[in-house]
Design a protein around this ligand. Structure first.
Ligand SMILES: [Zn+2]
Length: 478
């Protein structure tokens, strides 16, 4: 596939696992911004260059569709992370097959994943740009710098040209399971909240919160609990928000996410967060509360689907009271049984995030073509699962999975629930590890996938396509 302007044509060439950028132009100075080997050809010029940041930036300058776009105007959107940097072509093909109903967010990685993989935000952006050239994709894409917990994380994303910033104040959310008192609430940084406990109580105690299917009477205890649980997270959110908006050199969009905390976000707590962030001057297009239990990496929804429907309807109803923003579903991959209800309950005003599921497509390709490499990945992932599972909601049992892969159907294994979750969670240690000969597993993994990129693209396109179809269909009756 190629990308074209009137005077420039770009494509990616594969020679085995080795990739290069190929450019053809009729303009005399059309290649000046690119690095590589240029030569005259017929009445034009050609260039073979590396997949470097300089070339990614030059491509973005030449092709406006390679610059990330804002998502806000698109009611329904899906983010597809890419740990390998090779999944973008398959993901783009999946979006293309669904028509233009769902906005693709093709550059998306959390700061945590970048750090585990030793990848910079710029590399995430570069890989997406080259993947879009490979796919011939000119229909636009979003770029989400995900789960940012520090201003330094924001700087990384801004520098690399990301336009969506998912701010995560989760570390400042307090455990209130032991109960809270007025004295606990008095210890909050009220000056930073530009507020007093007395005023906060006046605003909320006694209000009736309408969440569509029911009404919530807000008590003084509800307010004390919300303030203690999320008050410091509001302060942290505003600190991150102000840093992002004050340092951005182009228009950006904000998501606030508290999904990775242990304790469910009640309807009033969602309302409190939205109300406080609005009072302090923030605006955002997407919000991720902590939903009811059942969202686990790489597996279908494990909770009560009717409870989830009521939960999402209420969160959506609250968002409508603040002008309507997206309800964001994280750890969203492989939850095929609930996608239609997620779209319905939010009336399509929803954002889905998947990340590791595309990596598992790459793992399938590796298992098919280099089973010995797969065995190294499996051994390390399985051993590190117990350690890594502390940071995720996961329930896989490693003792139900094989230690020896002799005679095991590897694709069946990768698609089974326990192994899937183990591989999903253990990627950091396995890709960061070395094989018996001391070679980097990450390098070998990328080489095997790149050498079979056409097949990999087919696997990713089919798998991501399954995720997109219910979102592209929209809510029933619309
Ligand atoms: Zn999340």
């Amino acid at each position: 596939m190629t990308l074209r302007t009137d005077s420039l044509e770009a494509s990616i060439r594969y020679e085995g696992p080795t990739r290069s950028l190929q450019l053809t132009t009729t303009a005399a100075d059309g290649l000046a911004a690119f690095e590589g080997q240029a030569s005259a050809a017929g009445d034009g010029h050609v260039l073979t260059g590396p997949l470097s940041t300089a070339n990614a930036k030059a491509l973005q300058a030449a092709f406006p569709t390679l610059r990330p776009q804002l998502i806000g105007g698109h009611r329904t959107s899906v983010g597809t992370g890419d740990r390998t940097g090779l999944a973008t072509p398959g993901q783009a093909r999946a979006f293309g097959a669904q028509g233009s109903g769902v906005m693709p967010v093709l550059a998306q990685q959390s700061i945590r994943e970048m750090d585990r993989l030793g990848r910079t935000a710029q590399e995430v952006m570069d890989d997406t740009v080259f993947g879009l050239v490979e796919a011939g994709w000119d229909s636009g894409f979003g770029a989400d710098c995900d789960h940012i917990k520090t201003t330094e994380g924001i700087d990384r994303g801004l520098e690399a040209g990301f336009v969506m910033f998912t701010l995560d104040p989760g570390d400042m959310v307090a455990d209130v399971t032991g109960g809270v008192t007025e004295a606990d609430a008095e210890t909050l940084p009220w000056d930073q909240l530009e507020d007093t406990l007395e005023d906060a109580k006046k605003r909320y105690v006694g209000m009736t919160l309408d969440v569509g299917h029911s009404q919530v009477e807000v008590t003084e205890q509800d307010v004390l609990t919300a303030v203690v649980k999320y008050g410091r997270a509001v302060v942290e959110s505003m600190c991150l928000y102000r840093h992002a908006t004050e340092n951005a050199t182009q228009e950006i969009e904000i998501e606030f996410a508290v999904d990775e905390t242990k304790w469910l976000t009640t309807f009033f707590e969602h309302y409190y967060l939205a109300s406080e962030l609005t009072r302090l001057g923030a605006s955002w297009f997407s919000f991720a509360p902590r939903y009811v239990d059942g969202f686990e990496k790489g597996l279908d929804f494990l909770g009560d689907t009717e409870e989830l429907r009521l939960n999402l309807e209420a969160h959506h109803a609250i968002s409508e009271q603040f002008g309507g923003y997206k309800i964001s579903l994280h750890s969203g991959s492989d939850k095929f049984s609930i996608y239609p209800l997620c779209v319905e309950a939010t009336q399509g005003l929803v954002h889905l995030k998947t990340s590791g599921t595309s990596y598992l497509c790459g793992v399938e390709v590796v298992a098919a073509h280099d089973p010995e490499l797969f065995a190294s990945i499996w051994d390390i992932s399985r051993a590190s699962y117990v350690k890594a599972r502390a940071s995720y909601q996961v329930s896989a049992h490693e003792d139900r999975t094989p230690t020896s892969l002799a005679g095991v159907d590897l694709v069946d294994l990768i698609r089974s629930a326990d192994a899937r979750q183990i591989l999903h969670v253990g990627y950091g240690d396995s890709l960061g590890g070395t094989d018996a000969s001391g070679a980097s597993i990450h390098d070998r993994f990328l080489a095997v996938v790149a050498a079979h990129q056409a097949e990999h693209t087919d696997v990713v396109a089919a798998h991501i396509g399954q995720h997109l179809a219910p979102f592209a269909a929209g809510p029933a009756g619309h």
